[in-house]
Design a protein around this ligand. Structure first.
Ligand code: NAD
Length: 494
């Protein structure tokens, strides 16, 4: 583990950026917020303030929605081909400004620069590229009916979409809403998470540079209960695309529901990874570690519950103890870092509380279990816990940190029941060399996506989303376009 502050000077090709105080982006311009409030944004690796952003209120949201409505008329009439050209240019500009995006996302969220470059920024560009392709394919169908008529459907954009996103993958999760929404001819008001809004502001500039017309993307930073709430209730918002916790999602769905706004809800997760006795053990261990340390465990589709076939249980724990202790934790700007700090103090406090409960309930800390003092910042040791019962809150609830619980099982039936035994259903995974078992178990897992023999295999072409308390609606793939369009039928008498 890297434990030395001096090592902070080591950098990828990027260094910590200087970031000007953030304004709102409304109607193609940087705008001072009507609201007087400002929020300090901190670097999670030091706890130091790096800049401030505006805390928008209802009047600011109102201005952003008005700018969106004004832009919608023209943007919705732009041809799919023209929208495709513009979205493709967004991907190009993202790649050209990669270093800037890597630096901003890393310093804001505490993500290792290597991860940011390979995953966050690369994926954002791919998302725009993918929906640039699909922008030209959105179409209705002709229907033959037994009355003399010409009948057809049209797929039309919804209007102004309100997008509300969480703190953990700001760039990817905003791109996965903006790109398909704009591809389908909608405009957007985006409210990023209060703690990590910086890449959303940079993306506003990038979209403008790529030629996205004024008012098509508007960004309002601010508190969920104020700016987010204003979006949920605004009569000029035609759809809410929400990603965040199950608790807030439930509230957001109910509130938007009062205005009968369509919503998509990408919510919390608590996935199980099942290791069967016929698994390739090296692969299984690598995948198990990736699934819980990726993004410092702040990953809705992470795999914090490892279920191991009993004959392998002791061996897996022994290997994990050594391998997890060797995962490089440290400064996000050190290219060798694999696990950075947690994004905010309160997230770290939540992890500490769950580990305290685990100890109180007789859980055995196999490795980790402590906060890491790297001279400031919100670091926690990657932690493996054995010996907890299935009904422990540490197993049942979403911890959202670098913590893995490990439990044994005896039969396939029991493994499936344990995997499905929480209120969540976002992702699941299994490790096996038995092809029939892979298909059989994948079909029985209650999850929006199932991975076999690896973890986190994601691509803009593959839809993901939740079942049960993990939400509804799908992002990615052509599927998401359905939630950004409405079908109109036209029947012409002949
Ligand atoms: P959160 O629910 O606290 O916040 C999400 C967003 O909702 C933020 O922008 C926040 O400001 C806003 N918000 C808060 N109160 C609001 C209100 N009253 N009205 C409107 N908006 C409000 O979530 P978080 O802590 O930022 O993110 C972590 C959670 O997100 C985890 O549960 C994680 O599993 C989930 N998540 C899900 C996915 C997915 O695709 N399913 C992806 C990433 C994260």
């Amino acid at each position: 583990m890297r434990s030395h502050r001096e090592e902070r000077v080591m950098t990828d090709s990027v260094s910590r950026p200087h970031i000007e105080p953030g304004k709102l982006f409304i109607g193609g311009e940087w705008a001072e917020a009507f609201a007087k409030g400002r929020r300090d944004i901190t670097d999670p690796s030091t706890g130091q303030v790096i800049t401030t952003v505006a805390e928008a209120d209802a009047a600011d949201v109102d201005a952003a929605v008005a700018a969106g409505r004004k832009a919608f008329g023209t943007w919705s009439q732009t041809s799919g081909r023209e929208r495709a050209r513009i979205l493709h240019r967004v991907a190009d500009v993202i790649r050209r400004r990669e270093d800037e995006l890597v630096a901003v996302e890393s310093v804001d969220v505490g993500k290792p620069v290597s991860l940011c470059r390979a995953v966050d920024v690369a994926t954002a560009a791919e998302i725009y590229e993918y929906y640039s392709g699909l922008a030209q394919t959105i179409q209705g169908a002709t229907r033959h009916i037994p009355i003399p008529s010409h009948a057809y459907t049209r797929r039309e954009p919804l209007g102004v979409v309100g997008a509300i996103t969480p703190f953990n993958f700001p760039l990817i999760l905003s791109s996965s809403k903006i790109a398909p929404a704009l591809a389908a001819g909608n405009v957007m008001v985006h409210k990023p998470a209060e703690d990590t809004p910086l890449s959303a502001l940079l993306m506003a500039e990038i979209l403008a540079e790529a030629g996205v017309p004024d008012g098509v993307l508007n960004v309002v930073t601010g508190d969920g209960a104020v700016a987010g709430e204003a979006l949920l209730r605004h009569p000029g918002i035609d759809k809410i695309a929400f990603t965040g916790s199950t608790k807030i999602g439930r509230y957001a769905a109910a509130t938007a529901g009062e205005g009968l706004k369509p919503v998509t809800m990408e919510l919390g997760g608590n996935a199980a990874q099942i290791v069967f006795e016929d698994a390739d053990l090296d692969k299984a261990i690598g995948s198990a570690i990736k699934a819980f340390v990726f993004n410092t465990g702040q990953f809705c589709m992470g795999g914090p519950r490892l279920l191991v076939h009993r004959p392998l249980y002791d061996t897996v724990l022994e290997i994990l103890a050594g391998a997890v202790a060797g995962v490089p934790v440290g400064d996000p700007f050190d290219p060798a870092t694999v696990v950075g700090p947690m994004a905010a103090e309160r997230h770290l406090a939540k992890v500490e509380e769950y580990v305290r409960i685990a100890k109180e309930q007789g859980g055995r800390i196999v490795t980790g279990g402590e906060r890491l003092d790297l001279g400031g910042g919100y670091y926690y040791q990657p932690t493996v816990i054995a010996g907890l019962s299935d009904d422990s809150p540490v197993v049942q609830e979403e911890i959202f940190g670098p913590v893995l619980t490990v439990q044994p099982f005896d039969t396939e039936e029991e493994a499936v029941a344990m995997a499905n035994g929480t209120p969540y259903g976002l992702a699941a995974g299994l490790q096996t060399t038995d092809l029939a078992r892979a298909h059989r178990v994948a079909a029985r897992l209650e999850a929006g996506i199932v991975w076999v023999n690896d973890w986190a295999m994601l691509d803009p072409a593959i839809p993901f989303g939740g079942v049960k308390q993990s939400g509804y609606g799908r992002e990615y793939g052509p599927e998401v376009l359905e939630s950004y369009t409405k079908v109109k039928s036209v029947v012409i008498a002949l």
